[in-house]
Structure formats: C-alpha cells, structure tokens
Design a protein around this ligand. Structure first.
Ligand SMILES: O=C(O)c1ccccc1N[C@@H]1O[C@H](COP(=O)(O)O)[C@@H](O)[C@H]1O
Length: 205
C-alpha cells in the first residue's frame, strides 16, 4: 500500500478532512520560506484536531536550531521534515525522528545526496532545485527513483490526481506527498481534489 502525505495544511478543517478521506500523514509548514507558513499556535491546533494513527509532519527549511526545538516542544509532531541544506548531523541533533528532503531538480546528478542522510527515518525526493523551496508543483523524472534502499522513499513534486497513478507505477515509492496538487489557492485545500488524489493513489495499487 502506498502511504499518502497531504502537506501544507493551514486550516484545521482541511487537515481533518484529509485524514477522514484516508491520508496517512498531514504536513504543516513552519518555515518562513513558505507561502503556507503557519504559526506554532496554528500548527498545534491542527495537530490537536487529528485522530490517532495519523502521522503529523512539521516542515522546517534551514531554520535556526532554537526554532526547530520550539516546534518540537510546542507542536509535538510525530516527525520533522527538513527541506533545506541541513546536514545529517544537524538534523539528528534534536533526537526527534525526521524526513530529509532531497532536491531532485538537477536530475540524476542530484542522486549523490541520498547517501548523505543515514539518520533520516525516510528520504523525500522533491522536484525543485537545490536551495529552492518546495510546494512549487515541480515534478522530476520519476524513473530516477532508486530501488533497494534501506530508508523508505517518499515521492513529491508536482503530483496531482491526474498523474499520481503513473508516478506510482514508474517510481514505486513507499509513499507519495502532495501539496499544490490538492489546492484551490496556496494553503487552501480543495475537498474534491483531495478526494480524487486519494482515490487515484488507491486505484493505482
Ligand atoms: O509547501 C511549501 O510551501 C513548502 C515550502 C518550503 C519547502 C517545502 C514545501 N513543501 C514541500 O514540497 C512538497 C511538494 O509540493 P507540491 O506537491 O509540488 O506542491 C510538499 O508536499 C512539501 O513536502
């Protein structure tokens, strides 16, 4: 079964709806690098509203360590997601499980980064370039998705209900991650698009 993470939630009702429709994980963006940034208070409200067995993921990007610690202490997410140029040692300092995003914008030349994060609970391959923010709807060549790695691999970048079945067939990821593909505006999720995305993932299996 391909797990589904719906990211970039800014409203409690969108997060609850996505969980009810079958999302396995809900992502909340804390970094100021994003147009979907929420406050610690908003993020805590989203986490508190979710039912048990839904994983919560708090996304940071090249933020100060003290800010990340505040996120852990206040929001209490299941996982962190580091989306910038953070090193393995830096990400591991918090003793909190995390995903590390890999910028795949450079194509095959970007794959070297997969070896650099042995402490990550999973690696999230996104379509943007190194140093750029995610949530941009940029896809990468799904045939570059590696196989046989120890860490679970999460496919992200430009996924929609129209392309996610093909993406799963080609990349065979452990999970898919979507943000702009289920939105009507940045940070505002569209009920129909969320439903169609989850149905498309389930239909691909
Ligand atoms: O969503 C954002 O605004 C964001 C900002 C900075 C870093 C990462 C961000 N989002 C991540 O990118 C993926 C893919 O987004 P999309 O589906 O291409 O729009 C998203 O799920 C987040 O993990």
């Amino acid at each position: 079964m391909t797990r589904i993470k719906c990211c970039g939630m800014t409203r409690v009702e969108d997060a609850v709806l996505a969980a009810e429709l079958g999302a396995d994980a809900i992502g909340i963006v804390l970094t100021a690098r994003s147009k979907r940034q929420v406050s610690l208070l908003q993020a805590s409200a989203i986490v508190a509203a979710l039912p048990p067995f839904v994983t919560t993921v708090a996304l940071c990007m090249d933020d100060e360590a003290s800010f990340v610690q505040d996120v852990i202490d206040t929001v209490r997410p299941s996982l962190l997601q580091f989306h910038g140029e953070e090193s393995d040692e830096w990400c591991a300092q918090f003793g909190h499980p995390y995903l590390k995003a890999i910028a795949m914008g450079a194509g095959a030349a970007a794959l070297y980064q997969l070896r650099d994060h042995p402490h990550a609970a999973g690696l999230l391959l996104d379509g943007h370039g190194l140093g750029e923010a995610g949530g941009s709807g940029k896809a990468f060549d799904w045939s570059l998705m590696p196989h046989g790695m120890k860490q679970p691999l999460i496919l992200a970048g430009g996924l929609t209900s129209a392309n996610v079945a093909a993406a799963i067939r080609i990349a065979r990821p452990w999970a898919v991650d979507v943000s702009s593909g289920i939105e009507s505006a940045p940070g505002v999720k569209d009920r129909v698009k969320v439903r169609e995305f989850i149905a498309a993932v389930r239909g691909a299996e």
